[in-house]
Structures are given as structure tokens and as C-alpha cells.
Design a protein around this ligand. Structure first.
Ligand code: SF4
Ligand code: SF4
Length: 87
């Protein structure tokens, strides 16, 4: 179980600074950030604190079990971002 960033993300990185375990990527200091359409949460590092949800201006972050059906595949999209070495 982890939190997941879905389609509404506008990549403003409000969530990056609030995350206590630094599991949201890409960070604005990374080259990948310039081309990022959205940010992603590493499901293996997320500690499910929920802090990122409250700061997101786009309501793009969901606990994985509460993802709206049309965005259910974003759990895998977030995981794959880290498994394919983009992080
Ligand atoms: S739920 Fe907590 S640990 Fe997980 S991404 Fe959000 S702020 Fe980070
Ligand atoms: S706060 Fe929300 S909109 Fe901003 S980068 Fe994080 S998930 Fe995306």
C-alpha cells in the first residue's frame, strides 16, 4: 500500500518538500523534472503518512486502494517510473 499520483498532477512539486521520506520524484533539481508531465511516488519508500494529499493543489494524490477507477492504472505507472531507472 502506498500513495499514488494520478493524472491531475500539474508538476508544481508542492508535495516534494512536505514528504518526510523524500520518495516523490523527479525533484526540481533533477534534469528529468523539466520534461516531467507529472511527479511519481516510490511505493517502496512511501510511509503512507498522507501529508502530500493536503498540499496538492490539483487533488492528484490518492491512497492506492482509493484511486478512482479511471486512474487505477496509475499505481503501476508510479511503480514503473522507479523500476525503469528514471528515479
Ligand atoms: S504519503 Fe507521506 S510518505 Fe507517502 S508520498 Fe505522501 S508525503 Fe511522502
Ligand atoms: S502537489 Fe500535486 S500537482 Fe503538485 S507535483 Fe505533487 S502531485 Fe503533482
Amino acid at each position: 500500500m502506498a500513495y499514488v499520483i494520478a493524472a491531475p498532477c500539474i508538476a508544481d512539486y508542492s508535495c516534494v518538500d512536505i514528504c518526510p521520506v523524500d520518495c516523490i520524484s523527479p525533484h526540481p533539481s533533477e534534469a528529468a523534472f523539466d520534461d516531467a508531465e507529472q511527479l511519481y511516488i516510490d511505493p517502496d519508500k512511501c510511509v503512507n503518512c498522507g501529508a502530500c494529499v493536503d498540499v496538492c493543489p490539483a487533488s492528484a494524490i490518492f491512497e492506492s486502494s482509493e484511486l478512482p477507477g479511471r486512474w487505477a492504472h496509475y499505481a503501476e505507472i508510479n511503480r514503473q517510473y522507479f523500476e525503469t531507472g528514471n528515479a
